[in-house]
Design a protein around this ligand. Structure first.
Ligand code: ADP
Length: 548
């Protein structure tokens, strides 16, 4: 054995901040205001990050203390991403769309000391503060201190007053790279929200993937429209990857409807954009009604839920390739990215790769585990629960006392994803379904995702989700909750016929209900938990119910 001659350098967010302000001072964060944009250069992000660190130190924030944000994607949020972890505190991004009970639970569970809040959502936060005794300071961004109503033990500041006059440098501590940097709770689609704590090292390594062509390929020539919220898995890592690459960030703030999104695209012409499928569904519907050239986008990254193949085709039609990616709060989140392999020039063949969730990057190890705990082959057919491990995969859930390694979620150092998947011999992973959403009918499995994809390929469907519901004869059968284009399209027989031409007859659902909107989670995914509840409560008018 010989010793390496390499130096050890801790991979720290302060390093990223200083690098970006020195090497890419002219790169920008651009926040949409509804009419135009307001900008902050990366040099100014570094300045404000240091000012925040100085101000927070004066407020008594110490290493490891939690500083929360209740904010949209905007300039100030980027400065907080820079300053808070760099000073050794932990940035806790709070989801704006949680229920009040969940929000209060999370603020207390994480023990947040300071909360930064956008004035536009300050009334919402104000309502929580009576239940959060450990919060000491609230800082209002983009509005007056009066936007917040707080109990006496909380001091309210404005962002501008807080940082005014503070030095634009800070003596960043030489942290261990494994120090906690950012924390985020899962959105609770399948259970109570659980906390995941990213380290400086995990974020730094994950950012490298953001700048790699195997990953998102971010470079200094890019301008990234980050629609995926900064409160949802760090906006998929874009804010830090952008600092590393010197890519401009385009921040939509609270303007997340298709109209303003297309307006900001027309004006700011981003080269990349990232969001969950439901956002692109809305953008696509508007594009069809009001065509607009969006070919300034070299790619659109879509994940967080399965992307229907019909959506990929649709965007190909606009001249913009969708890149499908898979991940979780627990995986930082980039777990797989779907880029066709070299040599596949044929469009049809390439398409077959693009609709998968993609390949794992080198640091992410993966395996699929069968019903009896056995490892399944990577043959593209055998399926089982997907388990992953690696330097940006969580190994536990956050607990104030000691982190918990719950055996239902962790298996001998591997994260159990709760997703059922197949992997091809050349490493392309396909999510068959969430384990909890698979439908077992007469002893056979139906993937709710595959069924949704086929249903969504019918132009008469705007959006549709599928859940398994009890059935006297088959134990379980699929139920479709759909939004259709027009009243005439609410025709179950026509939809069934469409499906019969495409999938085995036994998979074609009998039960349908047409609504004006499918319930969505806080991050815009179909909320199957709520759909199940509504179904059980008899809230839907079910057409074609064999028992009805
Ligand atoms: P939550 O679990 O609360 O919804 P996450 O945002 O962490 O929060 O969701 C992760 C889950 O989302 C994954 O386990 C998987 O079920 C689903 N998911 C993410 N990306 C994809 C994708 N590209 N295709 C299918 N499912 C996906």
């Amino acid at each position: 054995m010989i010793q390496t001659t390499m130096q050890h350098g801790d991979l720290l967010i302060s390093g990223l901040v200083e690098y970006s302000r020195r090497v890419f001072p002219e790169a920008k964060v651009v926040t949409w205001t509804g009419e135009g944009a307001r900008e902050l250069s990366f040099a100014e992000v570094g300045d404000q990050g240091a000012q925040l660190a100085n101000a927070l130190t004066k407020l008594g924030v110490e290493a490891g203390d939690r500083v929360a944000t209740f904010m949209w994607n905007n300039n100030e949020h980027q400065a907080l991403y820079a300053g808070v972890p760099s000073m050794g505190a932990v940035l806790h991004t709070l989801n704006l769309r949680l229920s009040p009970e969940q929000a209060v639970f999370i603020i207390n569970h994480a023990d947040d000391k300071v909360i930064f809040v956008d004035a536009s959502v300050a009334p919402m936060l104000s309502a929580y503060l009576a239940g959060t005794p450990n919060v000491q300071h609230v800082v209002v961004t983009n509005g007056p201190a009066e936007a917040v109503t707080a109990p006496d033990h909380i001091t309210v500041h404005t962002y501008d007053d807080l940082i005014a006059g503070e030095p634009t440098t800070y003596d960043w501590p030489a942290l261990d790279e494994n120090t906690a940097a950012v924390m985020c709770y899962t959105s609770g689609t399948t259970g109570d929200p659980k906390g995941v704590v990213y380290s400086h090292r995990s974020i730094y390594l994950h950012s490298l993937l953001g700048t790699s062509t195997t990953g998102l390929g971010l470079s200094n020539r890019d301008s990234v429209l980050a629609i995926v919220p900064m409160f949802h898995v760090m906006s998929w890592g874009l804010p830090y990857a952008a600092m590393m690459a010197g890519a401009t960030m385009v921040m939509p703030d609270r303007f997340l409807q298709p109209e303003p999104l297309l307006a900001m695209m027309a004006e700011l012409r981003p080269t990349l954009a990232a969001a969950v499928p439901t956002i692109w569904q809305g953008v696509s519907a508007l594009l069809d009604a009001k065509p607009q050239d969006i070919t300034h986008l070299r790619e659109v990254v879509v994940g967080g839920a399965a992307v229907p193949p019909s959506m990929i085709k649709k965007f190909d039609g606009y001249g913009v390739p969708i890149v499908h990616a898979w991940g979780m709060t627990e995986t930082s989140p980039l777990g797989t990215i779907a880029r066709p392999p070299a040599g596949v020039d044929d469009e049809e063949k390439a398409f077959a790769y693009r609709v998968t969730q993609g390949r794992f990057p080198a640091p992410v190890a993966a395996r699929i585990i069968g019903d009896n705990g056995e490892q399944m082959p990577w043959d593209g057919v055998a399926h089982g629960e997907l388990e992953v491990a690696g330097p940006w995969i969580t190994g536990a859930y956050f607990q104030p006392e000691a982190n918990v390694t719950d055996p239902s979620k962790f298996d001998d150092g591997w994260l159990r994803t709760g997703d059922v998947a197949t992997i091809t011999p050349d490493g392309y992973m396909t999510i068959v379904d969430r384990a909890k959403d698979m439908i077992k009918t007469g002893g056979e499995w139906i993937s709710s995702v595959e069924l949704e994809n086929v249903i969504a390929s019918n132009p008469a469907i705007v959006e549709a989700t599928v859940i398994g519901v009890p059935d006297a004869k088959w134990d379980e059968r699929p139920f479709v909750l759909a939004v259709v284009r027009s009243e005439d399209d609410a025709d179950v027989e026509a939809h069934r016929k469409f499906l019969e031409e495409r999938i085995p007859r036994w998979q074609v659902p009998e039960r349908w209900s047409f609504v004006t909107e499918v319930p969505k989670t806080s991050v815009g995914k179909f909320d199957k938990k709520r759909v199940r509840q509504h179904y059980a409560d008899g809230d839907y008018t079910v057409i074609g119910d064999p028992q009805g």
